[in-house]
Ligand binder design. Structure first.
Ligand code: PHE
Length: 341
């Protein structure tokens, strides 16, 4: 019996040591220490021993059991540690590997120019308005004093949706003047940027869709002097201090008097060059003092209130601001072009 116990002990210890995983180790535990295991089988034979031998063998058997149990615990801890080690290796993250560069987009030059413009006007107390691109002719023409038969209403210039020429793609942001008068309380100071549409062929300076920014002020005692003062300030903020402007008489149905504002060419300082087509000046916007009839049609008394308005081509402004020479570049979305801003 003593030999048997020694044999079990030696065999079991060697087997535990050699177990490669937890399942195998557990199977060995059952094999040696389980209810039907080898050690239990030996213990069951204790009854056949003499009373003198019994405690000695009992002691020996207990020692073997304790030794096996200790070895089991040790081996299972070793296995666990090894498994953990493997997992940590497999899941290791090498923080020293250089990251992959993420390519970030950025604002389109048109939006950069628009944001600058909005900032300037917001700083002067203006509110930014947004309005519909599908517009009623009532807002785009009638209430802007461009009556039936006015040349700007012609089908060759304007995209209409219906035979009666009542619904259209707005041809200017000026209907926002009327919408502002309808929805706001006086005094009013607004800018309204957005898309406008005209039947123009695409070339270096034309596109059937382009952007305008409308501006309007209505208050008591507002004059042409306020218009010039404000627009001169805006020109200097946009294009740098000392930027020269020039106001030329013009005609719009909804302003009286009307003018166009030019800025002096940044390339030749007025001498005349290819950028300004030899003019020395670059046209930037149309403007004027709001026609009393326009105020009247919106229920505003022109004897009490007066105002001014302007409409600016945003593409033209962006081209000048970033010294781009072809309008088509703005719309083509070629990243090689856009990345430069
Ligand atoms: N709406 C005019 C245009 O598109 C510009 C303008 C706006 C002129 C406001 C005067 C006042 O040409």
């Amino acid at each position: 019996m003593k030999d048997q116990l020694a044999k079990i002990r030696a065999e079991a210890l060697a087997a535990f040591e050699g177990a490669k995983d937890a399942n195998r180790l557990d199977a060995l535990r059952v094999k040696y220490l389980g209810k039907k295991g080898e050690l239990t089988a030996v213990l069951k034979m204790m009854g056949k021993l003499s009373p003198e031998e019994r405690p000695v063998m009992g002691q020996l058997a207990n020692d073997v059991r304790a030794a096996l149990e200790n070895a089991l615990t040790e081996c299972s801890q070793k296995l666990e540690a090894a498994t953990l080690e493997l997992r940590l290796k497999a899941e290791a993250v090498d923080v020293t590997i250089p990251g992959e560069a993420v390519s970030l987009g950025h604002q389109h030059p048109m939006n950069i120019a628009l944001d600058e413009l909005k900032d300037i006007f917001i700083g002067m107390g203006f509110t930014v308005l947004d309005g519909p691109e599908i517009e009623l002719a009532v807002y785009n023409f009638d209430r802007l004093n461009a009556e039936e038969g006015h040349p700007s209403r012609d089908w060759s210039d304007t995209f209409y949706f219906d035979e009666d020429s009542r619904v259209m793609l707005r041809s200017q942001t000026s209907p926002m003047q009327v919408r502002a008068m309808d929805s706001m309380t006086l005094p009013i100071r607004i800018v309204a940027p957005g898309r406008v549409y005209r039947k123009d062929e695409v070339d270096a300076t034309h596109s059937p869709m382009f952007h305008q920014v409308e501006g309007m002020v209505i208050d008591k005692g507002v004059t042409m002097a306020d218009l010039k003062g404000t627009l001169n300030t805006v020109a200097e903020k946009l294009f740098g201090e000392g930027t020269k402007t020039r106001f030329r008489p013009h005609h719009f149905p909804f302003t009286e008097p009307s003018c166009e504002m030019d800025i002096q060419c940044h390339k030749c300082n007025g001498a005349g060059c290819p950028t300004c087509k030899g003019e020395g000046w670059i046209e930037l916007l149309g403007a004027g003092v709001i026609h009393p009839r326009v105020l009247e049609m919106s229920g505003i008394d022109p004897e009490v209130y007066s105002g001014w308005a302007f409409g600016l081509g945003l593409e033209r402004l962006a081209l000048r601001r970033f010294r781009i020479d072809d309008l088509r570049l703005i719309f083509e979305n070629d990243v090689r072009f856009l990345e430069q801003f």
